[in-house]
Design a protein around this ligand. Structure first.
Ligand SMILES: [Zn+2]
Length: 179
């Protein structure tokens, strides 16, 4: 699931601008123990502006406008580093220490992020098996499930008011990394 997130254009949550530092009144959400972080991993914790932190108003039907809360549960968040190694960080508040690094499901924030990113970039994918006239309705609907069926196609299931609809989406995003 994490790798699918990359394929959809998601970046690592812990690299958010408000992750290990304060940023415009938000964060820091991680109390870093830099002395524990292996030098080759430091770059994974230095803030940058690529990870999603919300978006401006993108027109009628926009699923999210403004700042997106820091998502400790995101499938794109690194764990604190397990094994015998000393932890790289504590979450702020520390109650989220047990949440970070989960790889079981998309969090509510992950789903909203994907919806928001693809709502504003709908010209970047192509939909099959659905009449064009229905597109505005399902684009506003809740994403239930995303599965990669082939290297070229992703199947996305949306919850509609009267049931679910499954569509195939051709990814035209080349950001498929392997970590
Ligand atoms: Zn990754």
């Amino acid at each position: 699931m994490h790798e699918i997130g990359h394929c959809l254009g998601m970046h690592h949550t812990q690299k958010r601008a408000d992750g290990s530092q304060e940023y415009f009144g938000h964060g820091p959400h991680l109390k870093m123990y830099w002395e524990n972080v292996a030098s080759t991993w430091v770059g994974q914790y230095t803030p940058d502006n690529r990870p999603y932190t919300g978006s401006g108003y993108e027109g009628e039907g926009d699923v999210h406008v403004g700042y997106a809360p820091y998502d400790f549960e995101s499938i794109m968040h690194y764990p604190r580093q397990g094994g015998a190694a000393a932890p790289y960080y504590d979450t702020v508040p520390s109650s989220y220490n047990s949440v970070v690094g989960q790889r079981w499901h998309l969090s509510a924030g992950d789903i909203l992020q994907i919806q928001d990113m693809y709502n504003c970039k709908r010209h970047r994918f192509q939909v099959q098996e659905l009449p064009t006239s229905e597109a505005p309705e399902w684009l506003l609907a809740e994403v239930r499930q995303i599965t990669i069926t082939t290297s070229a196609w992703t199947t996305v299931t949306f919850q509609k008011p009267f049931g679910e609809v499954t569509v195939r989406i051709a990814l035209q995003n080349d950001r498929c990394n392997s970590n």
